[in-house]
Design a protein around this ligand. Structure first.
Ligand code: 13P
Length: 332
């Protein structure tokens, strides 16, 4: 039987599993490596990611890994392509396909994500290299003046054009509209902006005739800005996030996989757990597609030293297992 987009999307959010976002661009991974005083070279990046992908037990908690272009083309130290290292463990390789958020003309401080030109050819190449799903991240900044109508609509349009192209190439698009946590705004502002952004994204997905059964949504949680003096309880964040998603996300979408977005790793886990515990007859699976919340601990344990490999892998598996429990509401 041929595998449909809906089959791939459902496999990515199968009970108790979620996605590892390991698609840091060369610039972003350098920042992460700088924090542990490790030089970022193609071989150090390969070694680090190979350790993650070969962590014993990873296949129990991780359904898919989002890769960066370089990683999808790299081989492990023994010559096995890194994508095959994943496939051999029944983990689905995915690929980040956007080319980054660039300043939106006429709107200093706001961004539009680029990468649509030539995307069809790149997608076909990635499918040939084994990727079955893709990611595109739109970024929204909360200030007194933003996000503007222009930024909301330009990013929604790009996300929908991308999603249609990914489905045409036979890959599941992860649609990621990220409202940043930067700022002093309270949770009410984040909720209002999240609703407006999600409504515009689903309107554009409908305009581009994207098949909702074959996408995953990767949103921010509804949460006060990092510099807001009033931070809400775990249950408040869970309630507000669920309220917002129920208002805006059609029931045909098979899964919602959150980004961690600079929350501490433990809070990101607690919030996901609280949402799944509340349950409330949700039409979609709720799981994770975390970058920092899965990698902060192993990065620190590794410190760029091969002798720390075992400790690094154990730290990663602990975070993966905790988030797996949170994806079923059983994390304590
Ligand atoms: P964080 O979980 O670190 O926010 O990363 C997820 C991601 O893929 C951002 O695009």
């Amino acid at each position: 039987m041929t595998e449909t987009l809906a089959d791939i999307a459902q496999a990515l959010v199968v009970d108790g599993k979620g996605i590892l976002a390991a698609d840091e661009s060369t610039g972003t991974i350098k920042k992460r490596f700088d924090s542990i005083s490790t030089e970022s070279t193609d071989s150090s990046r390969r070694d680090y990611r190979e350790l993650l992908f070969r962590a014993p037990g990873i296949e129990r908690y991780i359904s898919g890994v989002i890769l960066y272009d370089e990683t999808l083309r790299q081989t492990a130290a023994d010559g096995t392509p890194l994508a095959k290292v994943l496939q051999d463990q029944n983990i689905i390789p995915g690929i980040k396909v956007d080319l980054g958020a660039k300043t939106l003309a006429g709107h200093p401080g706001e961004t539009i994500t680029e990468g649509l030109d030539g995307l069809r050819d790149r997608l076909n190449e990635y499918a040939g290299l084994g990727a079955k799903f893709t990611k595109w991240r739109g970024v929204y900044h909360i200030t007194d003046e933003s996000p503007s109508f222009a930024a909301i609509h330009a990013n929604a349009h790009a996300l929908a054009r991308y999603a249609a192209l990914a489905q045409e190439a036979g890959m599941v698009p992860i649609v990621e509209p990220e409202i940043l946590m930067d700022g002093e705004h309270d949770i009410n502002v984040c909720q209002a902006v999240s609703e407006e952004v999600l409504r515009s994204v689903f309107a554009e997905l409908a305009n581009q005739e994207v098949e909702l059964e074959g996408i995953l949504l990767k949103p921010n949680m509804v949460i006060a800005g990092q510099d807001c003096p009033e931070q809400n309880s775990v249950d408040d964040v869970a309630e507000r996030t669920l309220d917002t998603l129920k208002r805006c996300v059609p029931a045909a979408v098979p899964g919602i996989v959150f980004l961690s977005g600079g929350q501490s790793d433990e809070l990101a886990t607690a919030h996901l757990n609280a949402m799944n515990k509340l349950g409330r007859n949700l039409p979609w699976k709720l799981s994770f597609s975390y970058g920092r919340a899965l990698q902060a601990a192993p990065l620190l344990a590794w410190g760029g030293k091969s002798e720390n490999a075992t400790a690094m892998q154990a730290a990663f598996i602990k975070r993966a297992e905790d988030n797996s429990k949170a994806a079923t509401g059983t994390y304590a």
